[in-house]
Design a binder for this molecule. Structure first.
Ligand code: DOR
Length: 437
């Protein structure tokens, strides 16, 4: 199957249109790498298939067929740390996870804060296994002192701006950034953790951190940052997207802000709806170190409730590759972050769908249409004329996470050995197979 040149029809599967739901036995037709039609009438499907040769037909019998997944939050480490990930290796990992579009963060070395660096990443991404959009920095070198040339970044093709890894602490700078972002109709993706409150904390500030004698990053650091940005978004009319929401108070604040009509969106990561801080004591696995940190059961429940009621718009991975040399140290010396592209869909199925929180349609909505809207890009839908990007999923496959099999250059996952209940078998980008199991 993977050897065929172009796919012109995908048949036999259960097609999930995120706007409608599952369309049993529907066929997706593709022309010139773009969607031509989603057909549900068996007779019409048969007639149309007559003019397509077998080698251009992808048989998805028994599988789910969804629009290609979109991930707003990925670290590709290029330029600067190509030993951990490159644009090419990260795109391969993305394709293996079912993603056809990813956004890469600017905390590289050098920082993606000028046109040359944006163009460099985009040129590396040409021909990669996944479409790569670039998120430029809000401030020069992400130092939080001076705004980057936001207009130049937009001209070079960034789809959003973020100082991810760091909060834009200075409220006046954030205000100006939002005013510019509004002019260019782009969103600011905010790593919402007040720097003074997190200090040099390495895990959630809680009973668990006190017991372990590790410095804490309190939930209030995130909640205050979220509340400030809600005010600034409301004041400027600019769009703020809260990255990796991890605390109950943040979910509550975003819910209220949305009800008040504030231009705010939010994402949650699989680790924040799956893991709790007491795991750190059990395992002392440095792959559990992440910013913002994994928190309490109560926070996990709030994040899930936010996903269920739409307060949290999308699911993003925060795929953050780190080398084993750097992670193989004491907990508080390890850099924060974990890889996530190749486990995300499986965790969504196991933790959210199997447990009855989300339907497949809801989950796919949060991994396709919603993230695509936040970056104003025409992805994640099966609409005629859109790039023919599809994810093919075996929804009943049990598999064990084995980092040795990752396409990513890094292996830093806390989910090693965990059994997941769905797996991406193929990914199709622009009508061509970009990943085949
Ligand atoms: O844990 C994290 N790692 N959080 C971030 O915001 C940045 C990321 C990284 O780049 O490693």
């Amino acid at each position: 199957m993977s050897g065929i040149a172009s796919i012109l029809a995908v048949t036999g599967g259960s097609v999930i249109d995120p706007h409608i739901g599952p369309l049993e036995g529907a066929a997706v037709f593709i022309e010139d790498g773009r969607f031509a039609a989603v057909e549900t009438d068996a007779k019409k499907i048969k007639a149309r298939l007559k003019s397509i040769s077998d080698e251009n037909i992808f048989d998805a019998t028994g599988k789910l067929v969804t629009p290609g997944l979109v991930d707003l939050h990925v670290h590709l480490r290029e330029p600067g740390r190509e030993d951990e990930e490159t644009v090419i290796s990260g795109a391969l990992a993305a394709a293996a996870g079912g993603f056809t579009t990813i956004c890469c963060m600017p905390n590289t070395s050098p920082t993606i804060d000028d046109q040359e660096t944006v163009r460099f990443v985009l040129s590396e991404a040409a021909g990669a296994a996944c479409r790569v959009h670039v998120v430029g920095a809000v401030t020069k070198r992400r130092a939080g002192k001076e705004l980057a040339e936001i207009g130049d970044l937009v001209k070079a093709g960034v789809v959003a701006i973020s100082d991810d890894g760091d909060f834009v602490q200075n409220p006046d700078l954030m205000r100006r950034a939002l005013e510019y972002a509004r002019m260019f109709d782009i969103t600011i993706m905010q790593h919402a953790e007040d720097k003074f409150l997190v200090g040099d904390g390495v895990m959630n500030e809680s009973f668990a951190s006190a017991k372990l004698g590790l410095r804490g990053r309190p939930a209030v650091a995130e909640e205050i940052a979220v509340l400030r940005d809600i005010k600034l978004a409301s004041f400027t009319g600019g769009k703020v997207h809260i990255q990796h929401v991890s605390a109950r108070g943040s979910v509550d604040a975003i819910r209220r802000a949305k009800a008040d009509g504030v231009n705010i969106t939010a994402e949650a990561c699989p680790h924040h709806f799956t893991l709790t801080d007491d795991e750190i004591e059990k395992k002392f696995d440095t792959n559990l170190r992440v910013n913002p940190p994994i928190r309490t059961r109560d926070d996990v429940e709030a994040v899930i409730a936010g996903l269920v009621d739409g307060t949290i718009d999308c699911i993003a991975t925060d795929h953050a590759p780190h080398s084993s040399e750097e992670k193989d140290v004491e907990f508080d010396l390890a850099p924060p972050g974990m890889v996530g592209l190749e486990t995300a869909l499986g965790l969504v199925k196991t933790e959210l769908i199997d447990k009855g929180y989300l339907s497949w349609t809801d989950a796919i909505h949060k991994m396709t249409v919603n993230p695509a809207r936040i970056i104003n890009q025409p992805h994640g839908e099966l609409s005629k004329g859109h790039s023919a990007d599809l994810t093919i999923i075996d929804a009943d496959r049990q598999w064990k996470v084995d980092p040795a099999r990752f396409k990513s250059k890094s292996r830093n996952t806390p989910f090693t050995g965990r059994t997941l209940s769905a797996r991406v078998t193929h990914t199709i980008l622009r009508g061509q197979i970009s990943y085949s199991e």
